[in-house]
Design a protein around this ligand. Sequence first.
Ligand SMILES: C[S@@+](CC[C@H](N)C(=O)[O-])C[C@H]1O[C@@H](n2cnc3c(N)ncnc32)[C@H](O)[C@@H]1O
Length: 284
Amino acid sequence: MELFEIMRQMPKDWEDAAGWDHYYTLFCESGYHLKELIATFDLMLVGDCLMTPQRSNPKIWFPGCGVTLVPRFCALGRFRVWASDISGVAIRVCKEMEKDLEKHEKLSAFAKPITEGELHFIQHDLRTPFVQGDFDYIVDVKTFQGLSSGSKAEAARVYRDSLTQGGQAVFVLVNVREEYHNEIKEIIERSGFHLTKREADAWFFSALGDTGIPYTRLDKRPCVRKDDERYTGAKGQLNQKRDQTKLDRLTREYQKRLDDEFRRLRQVSKETNTRIAYLRFWTG
Ligand SMILES: C[S@@+](CC[C@H](N)C(=O)[O-])C[C@H]1O[C@@H](n2cnc3c(N)ncnc32)[C@H](O)[C@@H]1O
């Protein structure tokens, strides 16, 4: 079965557990979970959103994890990871994949043993309390957005209660139309979250734009685009060095602003007994 045909089998009702089981059965029986590295996209969306951790082995929960390698990546990176889904099939496949990653060409690079982190897969309905609690982060990728309003409120309360003080929930919302943004924000705020705006990001991107320097972002660090004509020819090297120094100065200032902002947020969260939520709206 072609991938697009399978994608069309996603349940219309997001909370239809049997529908998700059916979808993941088709998806995985056709082997797409081993061919499509969906994790790369998700990591790109999540990677930049997490605040500096408060503990050396932070605890993270991925509710509605589906079948991706994101939880494994985090566990390899020292996180203590709990990944859950209402679909028993999704959880079974995640567990099976763990046993034979090295057998699959595209996945074998990620088959390393998890040494400093932990990885647990659990079937669970995210509208009901999650027993593990005490999380530093909760990362919801494309799950919250599909729930009914009532279920969104239940899920947001569960997330709030599962976070440690100063903990952060990240909601990655993909292709959600703008008219629903306010409703989503209100539900999350009403459930006891302080929404962050990431003022440091707004400052950084505007400051980068003001320089007029053509750049790409490599591993968070903006680097001059070496193929630009100002960096070729006799003065190319010199211009490159000058502009990269400017970008690096802004990057250091950005990191400082980000850290100050995180400190402020954690203080507000403590004083108001709220938890921190960051909403990442992404349009593909
Ligand atoms: C669009 S998929 C996203 C999966 C994954 N997060 C990703 O980024 O690929 C939505 C997921 O939410 C799960 N889901 C829906 N309702 C749920 C519920 N009440 N509790 C837990 N998981 C749920 C589905 O089984 C499905 O895996």
